[in-house]
Design a protein around this ligand. Structure first.
Ligand code: F6R
Length: 242
């Protein structure tokens, strides 16, 4: 457990830097969202300080909105461009995501799964968690067997993510997401949850019997998964976290 977003950012950057030191060509699974922004800012600070290089790494997107123009600033691709590519030495061509503009989206999802497989899988998957318990955009109910696919977005997710858009009607209604099963294929997973709005989802993920109603609960089957929680996000846990 950490006291705040700054503490979480330090821990995530520590994990990334350690991995990139032992494996310069690591495949990094990058979540987006408000939670991850301080971690990417810290990664970029360490890059500028000469402490880490992403020049040989590959970054794999967790999810992406559908039905937005590629130039839209709220796409997750634009987010990762600004947060990671513009601020580290990760080559632009090393950021890989599903083809959200493909004529055949189901085929694009299958190709994305294949691409991740052909890269040798993800070494480290970073995750946030939705206030409704989603990981990636695997809205509840979502099974541990799901793979990359087109998903409708819950109203709650759209409300949570409406900030960069002009109201709820302008907020995307669907996305492509890696499945819960795809995420579980990563060799290591680090989930970060910050703030009171995540407390119920964290408790369901960590303490309730794993179920499709709490997609993040599937992470408990993973052998190397860490939750980084601030005090507010851990507030509903009945067993004390470390
Ligand atoms: C983002 C993603 C989502 C977010 C989650 C939390 O790529 O897959 O699962 O991690 O919605 O979002 P924030 O961090 O904005 O609260």
């Amino acid at each position: 457990m950490v006291t705040d977003a700054h503490g979480a950012a330090q821990l995530v950057a520590d994990v990334l830097c350690r991995l990139l030191t032992v494996k310069r060509s690591a495949v990094l699974g990058l979540a987006t969202g408000r939670t991850m922004a301080p971690a990417y800012a810290e990664l970029s600070r360490r890059y500028r300080a000469g402490l880490v290089s992403l020049a040989n790494a590959t970054a794999v997107m967790l999810d992406e909105y559908l039905d937005l123009p590629a130039s839209h600033p709220a796409t997750f691709g634009s987010y990762l461009q600004r947060a990671v590519i513009d601020r580290t030495d990760l080559p632009p061509e090393s950021l890989i995501g599903p083809d959200v503009h493909a004529a055949n989206l189901d085929q694009a999802c299958r190709l994305y799964e294949r691409r991740i497989h052909d890269l040798g899988g993800v070494d480290l998957q970073l995750l946030g968690i939705g206030s409704n318990g989603h990981i990636g955009f695997n809205e509840p109910p979502a099974t541990a067997a799901t793979t990359t696919r087109v998903v409708p977005l819950d109203r709650r997710t759209r409300l949570d993510n409406a900030g960069p858009f002009c109201g709820l009607d302008d907020t995307p209604t669907r996305a492509i997401t890696q499945g819960v099963g795809t995420i579980l294929g990563a060799r290591r997973i680090v989930l970060v949850a910050l703030g009171t709005s995540k407390a119920a989802a964290v408790r369901a993920a960590v303490e309730f019997t794993p179920s499709e109603a709490a997609p993040a609960s599937a992470l408990r089957a993973h052998l190397d998964c860490t939750f980084i929680l601030d005090i507010e996000a851990a507030a509903m846990l009945t067993r004390a976290p470390r």
